[in-house]
Structures are given as structure tokens and as C-alpha cells.
Design a protein around this ligand. Structure first.
Ligand code: ZN
Ligand code: ZN
Length: 369
């Protein structure tokens, strides 16, 4: 191990996922004995449970197991490779720094890495998605320590920012900053956000700060819509209480009659696509984040005759994480970000934490190893 290190333990406790329906197993791993020059070892101070982790646990998403889940993670550097001198902001890095990092590590050399899409690197490694038998086992957030691989974008967390605010930023907020940039959000846009989960809530704050004219949010949960309203949505529509026709009519009315300029799909529901085609104005733009396999039969004339632009995103570029942390540093106090993490549990109570997370009671549940 490099000389740049703090005093650390020899064994690492982690919760390991084996298969759906089985409780996670608390197991011990060897602390890595050496650190590559561009890698770091981090003591995890908080992980938050993302919806995609719950999909793996419930069997909706298939991953190579056994693995340590969790990709929304922050922590403190305990050992630092000699080649890691600065973070993504260009600030010097040292042992003891409190950091956030991208959900993935990229090679920096392949076709996609050299074409501004490191998030689609041909040898991409994602935290919380890698089998423990496949290289470095300490690659997930439900553990005391994590090995940060070469090719990961590391950012120092702005001074004074609580873990509850910083932890989920490397997933939801970074993704929707990518969404805003990809679709070319403009001041004065009328926007429909399909889904009031963490992606949707972050989009409200981003759209608001970017000068959106009207922000409309749809969801089927009254609780989520209430929070959306407190984040600053102008109109919240409960799809469980309205017909499709009523919904479309209300959206168009709120957007001044022509339809909305921009729609963001952040709900993963197929029916949302048809609704977007209906409520987008001529010349409107649609941004999809859906990752579950979805087949669609639709009239392509809806796209051609309406001059629609449809774009998709998956993962994000490392610079979006830097932008996410800066955004929170400047704006988190203007929005109810402090309510995102509803409850925290120690690693030993991971099962309880997962049950609460499954209940949907909170936007996020945290683990503080
Ligand atoms: Zn996530
Ligand atoms: Zn690559």
C-alpha cells in the first residue's frame, strides 16, 4: 500500500447480495493490501438505497451475484494512489478528504471514451454492480470501505455539505443535469416532468433555477406529488385520479394551449411515452431516461408532423457530478433537499433499512457504516 494512508483496519465488513428474496449476508473481506497509482481507498460515511438496488433485490433487474450493492456513496479517503493529485474541480486531493465520485470507472482509451462518452466506455465498471468474484470485491456502498478504481471521477464535497444532501447526488442529480444539458433546456420553457421520484424532484429544482416558465409534474403517489409541490412545481397531476384525456387537457392548458416545450420521462412507465407525444407542442423536445426493456407500437407521424426531437440518456459524464455538487452548494437550501433522506441505519441493520426503503415511505433511506 502507498505511504499516503491513514491508519486503517485489516478486515472490512460488507453486506453481500446473493439472490432475490434472500437476506443480504454480512461478511468480512480483506482490506486491499496495495493501491494502484490512480486508485484510492475510502472509508464510507454514508450510502443511500437507490430504487435500482431494490430492483436487483426484488429480481426485477438481474446482476451477476454475489455482489455488494450500493452506488450512491460518499466517504473519506484513507489511502491514495501516487498518481491521484487533484479532483475533478482541480483541487488537490489528500488522505482525509471527504469525497463523492462518479458511479462508474472508464478506461479513457476506447472509442467511446475518446468520443466524449466515457459513461458508455467499452470496459465500464459500475459501483454496486460488480460481482465480488470479478476483480476487486470492495466495489459497492453497503460496506465499511470501498476501493475507488482508476478512471473514476472524484470530487471533493463542498465544505459544510451534510452527507444526507451529498450522497444521492452522484446518481439522480448528476443524471438529470445530463438530461437538462442533452435536451438543451432553455429559459422560459414550459416543462412536463413525468415522475416525482428523486430524478423528478431534482429536475424541478434544476428547471426552476434555469428559469422555466411552468413546471408540471405527474405521478401516481400523493405523497411524492406533495413533495414535488414543495420543490416548486406549478401543477401536480395525480394520474391515479385523472383520465388520460383529462391529464393531457390540463397539461396543455397549463402550458398556454399549444403544449409543452420539453418533457422529461423519469418514471419508467410505458404509458408516459404516448402521453408525451400528445402534450408536446409542435417543435417540442422529449428526453427519456427509461432503462427497463420497453417495446412500443406508435404512429411515427406523431414525431414527423410535430417536428419532435427525442433523445435518450444513460449514466452521465463525470463533469455532471461536479455540476451536481456545485448546484447543491449554491441551491440546496432553497429546496426541501434535507427531507430526501428520511431515515438512517447502521450497516448491521441493512435488512431493516431495505424493508423501509421498499415501503416507499421515504425518497431515500441511508446506511451509515
Ligand atoms: Zn442510484
Ligand atoms: Zn473506455
Amino acid at each position: 500500500m502507498s505511504s499516503n494512508q491513514a491508519k486503517i483496519k485489516e478486515k472490512v465488513r460488507a453486506a453481500v447480495f446473493y439472490e432475490k428474496g434472500k437476506p443480504l449476508q454480512l461478511e468480512e473481506f480483506e482490506m486491499p493490501s496495495a493501491i494502484e497509482p490512480a486508485a484510492a481507498l475510502c472509508r464510507i460515511t454514508m450510502s443511500t438505497i437507490c430504487g435500482s438496488d431494490l430492483h436487483t433485490i426484488s429480481g426485477r433487474r438481474i446482476e451477476a451475484a454475489p455482489l455488494i450493492l450500493g452506488h450512491e456513496i460518499v466517504g473519506e479517503i484513507v489511502a491514495l494512489g501516487n498518481a491521484l493529485k487533484t479532483d475533478g474541480f482541480g483541487k488537490p486531493l489528500k488522505v482525509g478528504d471527504h469525497i463523492s465520485w462518479s458511479i462508474m470507472a472508464s478506461c479513457g482509451k476506447c472509442f467511446y471514451c475518446t468520443h466524449s462518452l466515457p459513461q458508455k466506455c467499452s470496459s465500464l465498471k459500475k459501483y454496486g454492480h460488480t460481482c465480488i468474484n470479478d476483480g476487486q470485491p470492495l466495489s459497492g456502498g453497503y460496506a465499511e470501505y470501498i476501493y475507488i478504481l482508476p478512471g473514476t471521477a472524484i470530487f471533493k464535497i463542498p465544505a459544510g455539505m451534510p452527507d444526507e444532501i451529498a450522497t444521492p447526488a452522484n446518481c439522480a442529480l448528476s443524471t438529470v443535469i445530463n438530461a437538462m444539458e442533452t435536451i438543451g433546456f432553455e429559459k422560459g420553457d414550459n416543462v412536463l416532468i413525468q415522475g416525482a421520484g428523486l430524478l423528478g424532484l431534482n429536475l424541478i429544482a434544476l428547471a426552476k433555477q434555469a428559469g422555466a416558465k411552468t413546471i408540471i409534474v405527474t405521478d401516481i403517489s400523493e405523497q411524492r406529488l406533495n413533495l414535488a409541490s414543495r420543490f416548486g412545481a406549478d401543477l401536480c397531476l395525480d394520474l391515479s385520479k385523472l383520465s388520460e384525456e383529462q391529464t393531457c387537457q390540463k397539461i396543455k392548458e397549463a402550458a398556454g394551449g399549444y403544449g409543452v416545450d420539453v418533457v422529461f420521462e423519469v418514471c419508467g412507465v410505458k404509458a408516459a411515452i404516448k402521453q408525451a407525444m400528445e402534450v408536446l407542442r409542435i417543435g417540442g423536445r422529449y428526453l427519456l431516461t427509461m432503462v427497463t426493456p420497453t417495446t412500443l407500437e406508435m404512429d411515427i407521424n406523431k414525431i414527423t408532423r410535430k417536428y419532435l426531437t427525442i433523445k435518450g440518456i444513460h449514466n452521465y459524464n463525470p463533469h455532471h457530478l461536479g455540476a451536481a455538487l456545485t448546484f447543491l452548494n449554491d441551491n440546496a437550501n432553497k429546496y426541501p433537499y434535507a427531507e430526501i433522506v428520511g431515515q438512517s441505519f447502521p450497516l448491521s441493520e441493512i435488512e431493516q433499512a431495505l424493508q423501509i426503503a421498499m415501503s416507499g415511505k421515504h425518497i431515500r433511506v441511508a446506511i451509515t457504516p
